[in-house]
Design a protein around this ligand. Structure first.
Ligand code: FES
Ligand code: FE
Length: 376
């Protein structure tokens, strides 16, 4: 497996198309917050790979993922970002109607649906809910979400269900910020795979998590990821710009984690941080070979949010100031990726990047990986 990538991996439309096809359209992608479609009939429109997908809450409480494309002449069914379908989805072009399972139930002037239309149901994708998010997979043959994230969770947290301790599906979005960064999604993702840059670039976060001054964060360490997380600085009560907690500790967080920061990257598109009083979720979506959307959500307990005087801003400010430093660095790398001299070097602090690259490469070029193993 090559660990140094050609610059086309960061700049070419063709390479991004391959990544969309083989990674984003065949993996489980964290696509939306479950509470965005809490009520029966409510929906959001999301992008998964190059496809437009409608995530709809059915009356039985399940989520249905429908490809946003009419089975008559192919028009997009829905241009809104979200809303509520009463009992059905009606195509605005000729009026074909589908129920919330995606089954064709009516077509104007065809009182009896002719036999050849019987199978013209909407195409569907798979959907699962976990951590209060809807995860989508366009590949009908892919293994369940647990098989994609399980090995990453075990490697990072051992047998402990750290995400479970924070009760993520109960939490509410207290703040959301979206950025568009002029950098390839992998440059951004790899930035979060290492903390070698933390002592140089992130004085604010090193103040709250002093162990990061070593150049190792929670996702990387001299002997691998730190299963016990990173301790908050003496005197700090929370992970925020001021060092103060924004809310009481979440109910399920054990005493041993009362002053601990945990983080994990669930590739291909999620970065999660677990802090005693809240959870932060950062999602990455490629918009082009050199442009990525980053959506960050801060999740707090509903009781904290409804407490008079509560504000997520201090907690969000620490991540935001750090993220802006990260994004600027990523844009510097992206700009240099066009140079004929562009070449990388990885220190031991950056070993997680190599694991991420190995995962990406194995998916993009399984044939090459097979050959490499045979010759080992
Ligand atoms: Fe949808 Fe004709 S394209 S009803
Ligand atoms: Fe950083």
């Amino acid at each position: 497996m090559t660990t140094l990538w050609p610059t086309s991996y960061y700049t070419s439309e063709e390479h991004l198309a391959l990544e969309q096809e083989r990674i984003f359209e065949r993996s489980w992608i964290c696509a939306a917050r479950s509470s965005d479609i809490a009520a029966p009939g409510s929906f959001v429109r999301v992008g998964v790979g190059r496809e437009s997908v409608l995530l709809v809450r059915k009356k039985d409480g399940d989520v249905r993922a429908l490809i946003n494309l009419c089975r008559h002449r192919g028009a997009q069914l829905c241009l809104e970002d979200g809303g509520t379908f009463k009992n059905s989805i009606r195509c605005p072009y000729h009026g074909w109607t589908f129920n919330l399972d995606g089954h064709l139930v009516g077509a104007p002037f065809l009182h009896e649906l002719p036999p050849e239309t019987k199978e013209r149901h909407l195409f569907t994708a798979r959907a699962e809910e976990w951590l209060g998010y809807v995860w989508v997979n366009l590949d009908p043959t892919a293994p369940p979400l647990a098989e994609q994230v399980g090995p990453l969770l075990r490697k990072r947290f051992g047998d402990e269900d750290v995400p479970g301790n924070y009760g993520c599906d109960e939490l509410r979005v207290a703040k959301e910020v979206t950025h568009e960064v002029r950098a390839n999604w992998k440059i951004l993702y790899e930035n979060f795979c290492e903390c070698y840059h933390c002592p140089t670039m992130h004085p604010e976060i090193c103040q709250i998590l002093p162990s990061w001054r070593t150049g190792y964060g929670t996702v990387s360490g001299p002997e691998g990821p730190k299963q016990d997380g990173s301790p908050l600085a003496d005197g700090a009560t929370g992970f925020s710009l001021s060092g103060k907690a924004a809310a009481p500790r979440l109910p399920g967080v054990p005493e041993k984690d009362a002053r601990t920061f945990h983080g994990i990257l669930l590739w291909p598109n999620v970065h999660l941080m677990f802090i005693p009083d809240h959870v932060m979720c950062m999602r990455f979506e490629p918009l082009g070979p050199e442009r990525t959307r980053v959506v960050t959500q801060w999740l707090f307990h509903p009781d904290a949010i409804s407490t008079p005087g509560f504000s997520p801003d201090d907690a969000a400010a620490l991540v935001e100031v750090t993220a802006m430093e990260d994004f600027e660095a990523c844009e510097r790398v992206q700009a240099a990726a066009h140079s004929a001299y562009f070449e990388e070097f990885h220190t031991p602090h950056e070993s997680l990047i190599l694991e991420f690259r190995s995962w990406v490469h194995q998916i993009l070029y399984p044939e090459a990986e097979g050959r490499a193993k045979e010759t080992m």
